[in-house]
Design a binder for this molecule. Structure first.
Ligand code: AMP
Length: 178
């Protein structure tokens, strides 16, 4: 099955954390079909914390959504993520956004991800790789969700894996909207 995942980090070497997470996925035989650029994103909810680096990837795996969630959680643990406060700083955050046209709503797993339509840090990277992918509950493509999003937090493209030109973290007042 094809999935879209969201990757995020705002502690330590954030870009390296995303790269390592993708390495763990590949090692577990998850095929990376498409990967967005990296984006510096303004924290949503809890403002007094470092900006995040976020990325969206499309992957293919035989795993069920439950098995994929278990894998994502094991990668988060292996990478040293400890229990975090809601919307607080985190070394790595791996979420399932979409699982083809699967819809599920359980206490531990909700697909599509319940907050994806309201978050530019998810929608902007997702739209870079799959603007036409359909949200099966809202019945709209990702590009329409972004166009309709009320989220005004900053999202700033910073490129792929290059470590040569690291822009400094933008100040909150210098928001860049895409
Ligand atoms: P977070 O703090 O964002 O990593 O949230 C982790 C919790 O969200 C876990 O307890 C998961 O069981 C739950 N969860 C519900 N739906 C999803 C989803 N689509 N992807 C990842 N975690 C999910």
């Amino acid at each position: 099955m094809t999935y879209f995942l969201s990757l995020g980090s705002n502690l330590g070497d954030k870009r390296r954390n995303l790269k390592r997470a993708i390495g763990h996925l590949k090692k577990a035989s998850v095929r990376i079909l498409r990967a967005s650029s990296l984006y510096q994103t303004q924290p949503v909810g809890k403002a007094d914390q470092p900006w995040f680096v976020n990325q969206a990837v499309e992957v293919e795996t035989d795993r069920t959504p439950w098995a994929l969630l278990a894998l994502l959680q094991s990668i988060e643990k292996k990478m040293g993520r400890t229990k975090t406060i809601r919307n607080g700083p985190r070394l790595i955050d791996l979420d399932i956004l979409l699982a083809a046209d699967t819809i599920m709503d359980t206490p531990d797993l909700v697909i599509p991800h319940p907050r994806m339509a309201a978050r530019n840090f998810v929608l902007v990277p997702l739209c870079e790789i799959a603007p036409g992918v359909l949200h099966p509950v809202l019945g709209k493509p990702a590009a329409a969700l972004l166009a309709e999003s009320c989220d005004r937090s900053g999202v700033h493209k910073i490129g792929r894996w290059s470590s040569r030109s690291r822009p400094s973290e933008p100040q909150a007042r210098n928001r860049i909207f895409l």
